[in-house]
Design a binder for this molecule. Structure first.
Ligand SMILES: O=P(O)(O)OC[C@H]1O[C@](O)(COP(=O)(O)O)[C@@H](O)[C@@H]1O
Ligand SMILES: [Mn+2]
Length: 690
């Protein structure tokens, strides 16, 4: 009996009755099969000695290539323009490559122009050509640009196998790009042949398309693998467009953030998660995401809130980003949004209250505040202290049963829930999150997760009870992930019958959640109480202690990683660089990469996001300055100014062989060697081609 890696086998295994059992290791499926049967199956895919040898040579060649570049980004928070710019410019990598090749040959202006063409090919080429007057000038521009972009592309793809590059080529121009990229430099008389190709393309008016095709190959391959360390959703306007971009073919994985899990919970049928999603969208004036991007009607909520909440009582619920505008329609919209925010906030507190009461083990009683309201005095008692309320109008709260939804509220919740359960586009996106995502990831010795591993003050792992069983450390995160997956799989069961949903919601704001990592979420206090002391959320000890190397080592070991080699990579908490905070903690063993793509946080970080790069030379942290606009990038060729700092330097250039992929390829080579041996000693017979 032997264990084989899924990679090769999956395509050759037609019938699973040969599989004795499946095991998982590091997220990779391993099947235990009968060895002879396995080799027989493998021989269907590699039916001759020549085929087998060729594949071994191919895999060996791949393993000797430099390790591909990993890009880590996090806390994108709907900021599509900034994110797509960072993806297009490869976190500053494209400019660096342009400099490496063209320094001394092109002026800075020409290099900036070429970079902008690579980022926004169609738009930039149109802009340039519109300013040229003669046909000669236009042809000259195309010829020069195609030649330069070919050279740049050849440089970018030089670390990949031809087969990988081929797969990344757009079908329309694959043949031409391949010819130009893999030029035959020995036969010098072929230069004429290449010039001819370029001239023909230009004379056929396809210059722009060819340039765009090259630009997309460069964009795609300059960022080989993306890790999104959580929080694609909330606060910014276009999380849906970010997901569409991520779905566009880049190799990537996602470590879910608390905001992503909130949307996943809503799509799984959790009414409490849904209420939070709507409340946050209203608070940031982003309800279009729900209505337009996902086609979920908010009409029931709007009608209800107009009926129940009067004009002069919605001030605390005004959207957070509310530009000064005299536009009457806009003011009317803001008024409606504030009322919807008010209605859904109360619904949220009621739904959450019911969950908290069902689960004393959540230890969230401190968040039960609806029953602490004194309706006659207009006050609320928090932690034994009485505070005046900013707004004391609660028409739907029955003081004798404060957490009960009114009949109308129930109706609103049901109608909204139907919308969340039936939005095709939302489910397409959420399924993408599930298929590419996980709560944590072990990748090339590093451990990636959005928030924290919850710990107690004495640095022991914090325990949590789920379905009457206690978990902590890695086991807790595994159980949380299982809950999230099962919650979604059982979404047809509905809010009341899906036994996973309360635990899904818990991960949004529970104190032992690896995504939240604070003692409580003070949403009620932020909305209703002036005194800022009540708004404070105490962070888990993890955040105070993560500069501590011992703690980092303890966590890496808990997750089965070599603490001498690995790093922990987190998002979630904006790094306040402008107040002296360092994103590198514990001597660079732990790296926090929430640099504030979210506009709402840029004032505290002084930055507009980080990207962490991990290539064959080591790790570098890139900080990005705020992105102004696509127009500015196009017309003024302004780029996000990025500064780099070294996190780790490899003594020798790292190859694919030393990575997780290399490990899998080595296993595949071993399998193929076994197949070859079977051919050589006659246990298997080669297929004879006719
Ligand atoms: O400032 P906002 O957007 O109202 O959000 C505040 C809430 O967001 C949180 O910071 C969680 O979101 P993050 O994961 O983006 O930090 C809560 O701790 C806090 O209650
Ligand atoms: Mn977060």
């Amino acid at each position: 009996m032997t264990i084989f890696c899924f990679g090769l086998l999956i395509s050759s295994l037609k019938s699973y009755d040969r599989v004795i059992r499946t095991e998982y290791e590091n997220g990779v499926g391993l099947v235990v099969v009968d060895k002879d049967k396995y080799l027989k199956l493998l021989s269907k895919q590699y039916s001759t000695i020549a085929d087998t040898v060729t594949e071994i040579i191919n895999l060996e060649a791949i393993m000797n290539l430099p390790k591909a570049t990993e890009h880590f980004i996090s806390d994108l928070h709907g900021e599509y323009d900034a994110v797509q710019h960072v993806l297009r410019n490869g976190s500053g990598n494209i400019k660096e490559k342009i400099r490496e090749i063209f320094q001394g040959r092109l002026s800075t202006r020409e290099m900036n122009q070429l970079a902008t063409i690579v980022y926004y090919p169609e738009e930039k080429v149109d802009l340039i050509v519109s300013e040229l007057t003669s046909r000669e000038e236009i042809e000259e521009f195309y010829t020069l640009t195609v030649t330069r972009i070919t050279e740049l592309c050849a440089f970018v793809v030089s670390k990949y196998t031809r087969s990988k590059v081929r797969k990344a080529l757009p079908p329309d121009y694959a043949y031409i790009i391949e010819e130009l990229l893999f030029k035959d430099t020995i036969m010098s008389n072929k230069e004429h042949y290449y010039d001819k190709i370029i001239n023909t393309v230009i004379s056929l008016n396809r210059g722009k398309q060819l340039i765009a095709a090259f630009a997309h190959v460069i964009q795609r391959l300059v960022v080989d693998h993306i890790h999104v360390v959580g929080d694609i959703y909330d606060r910014g306007p276009y999380p849906d467009k970010i997901i569409d971009t991520l779905m566009d073919g880049h190799e990537l994985d996602i470590q879910w953030g608390n905001h992503d899990v909130l949307w996943m919970g809503a799509a799984s049928g959790s009414a409490a998660c849904m209420a939070n999603v709507i409340r946050i969208s209203a608070r940031y004036d982003n309800l279009e995401i729900i209505e337009d991007a996902y086609g979920i009607s908010l009409r029931p909520l709007m009608t209800f809130s107009e009926m129940v909440y009067p004009e002069d009582r919605y001030e605390p619920f005004l959207p957070k980003v509310n530009p000064d505008s005299d536009d009457e329609i806009y003011q009317e919209e803001i008024r409606q949004i504030a009322k919807m925010n008010q209605a859904i906030s109360i619904i949220q507190f009621k739904l959450e209250g019911a969950i908290i009461k069902r689960h004393p083990e959540f230890e969230m009683e401190a968040s039960l505040l609806l029953d602490k309201i004194n309706h006659d005095e207009g006050t609320v008692t928090i932690d034994g202290k009485v505070y005046p309320l900013r707004c004391d109008y609660f028409p739907t709260i029955d003081p004798n049963d404060p957490y009960a939804l009114t009949e109308e509220e129930k109706l609103v919740v049901n109608r909204l829930m139907e919308g969340f359960l039936n939005s095709e586009r939302l489910h397409k996106h959420v399924q993408f999150l599930y298929s590419k995502g996980s709560l944590y990831l072990k990748y090339n010795d590093n451990l990636l997760f959005h928030g924290c591993v919850p710990i107690n003050d004495d640095l022991t792992f914090m325990e949590m009870t789920i379905h009457n069983k206690k978990y902590k450390g890695k086991a807790l995160l595994d159980e949380y992930e299982d809950i999230l997956r099962k919650g979604y799989l059982n979404r047809e069961a509905g809010s009341d019958n899906n036994r996973y949903l309360d635990y899904v919601w818990y991960q949004w704001e529970g104190k032992a959640s690896s995504l939240f990592g604070k003692d409580k979420m003070t949403t009620f206090e932020r909305l209703y109480v002036e005194d800022k002391a009540t708004h404070f959320e105490h962070k888990n000890a993890y955040y105070k202690q993560r500069h501590n190397i011992e703690l980092c080592n303890m966590i890496l070991t808990e997750f089965g990683l070599d603490s001498c080699k690995g790093h922990i990579i987190n998002g979630h908490t904006p790094v306040k660089e402008n107040r002296g905070e360092n994103p590198l903690k514990a001597n660079g063993k732990l790296i926090v990469i929430d640099g504030g793509f979210s506009k709402a946080y840029q004032a505290t970080t002084g930055l507009a996001g980080y990207t962490l790069l991990y290539n064959s030379f080591g790790m570098q942290l890139v900080s990005h300055q705020p992105f102004t606009s696509v127009k500015d990038a196009l017309v003024n060729e302004s780029d996000i100014v990025s500064t780099r700092r070294i996190v780790d330097k490899e003594l020798e250039r790292k190859t694919v062989r030393e990575t997780d992929v290399g490990q899998r390829l080595t296993e595949q080579v071993n399998d193929l060697q076994a197949l070859l041996a079977a051919y050589y000693d006659g246990r298997l017979v080669e297929k004879v081609s006719k």
